[in-house]
Ligand binder design. Sequence first.
Ligand code: IMP
Length: 198
Amino acid sequence: MLKEKEIVFATGNAHKVAEVDLIFQMPNIKILSLKDIQFTDEIVEDGLSFRENALLKVKALAKKGYTNIIGEDSGLEVEALGGEPGIYSARYSGEPVDHDRNIRKLLANLEGVENRKARFASIICYLENGIISYFEGYINGEITTDASGRKGFGYDPVFKPLNYEVTFAEMEDKLKSSISHRYKSFTELAKYLRSKNQ
Ligand code: IMP
């Protein structure tokens, strides 16, 4: 029998952990969160791109001696705002992170704007045996004019994916986790891990 491989997912976001539990089910691979390994240091995300921030998350754990690490950075890119809030999605309206305030700022910035096109991005940096690989996932959609729904996190109440009539925050968790940006990036990572195990 194959030995179980443990991979640390460098996130303190419990919503992301729950989503990835739904998305990423591979026999012999166990994903541990920062909570599972009792890692409480702050990871400063001062990179200038999703990739750089994902790499910073990986480096913070590599320094502690972990060898199999997933760093994921994600965010919302709004076409009419030139790609903002992008890498600043979590802290769009300042610190401490406040999702409701972020949504209010986003809706205010888009008031009267006809082009509501947006996408979520999820960029994974994966380290194993000293080798770094990147995987990306995107989902297109639009920003609604009002928030609706209470599920999920972040901008979910104002993001309606293309070809759906409801926001992410109105969807069952399983549905969001079968179409989302994170679904796509983690599925790419799973393919890579499977190909390495063959
Ligand atoms: P990260 O934890 O540094 O990757 O920051 C991601 C930020 O992007 C979150 O705090 C949210 O504001 C936003 N975000 C990323 N993915 C999602 C999602 O699936 N739904 C809603 N907001 C998201």
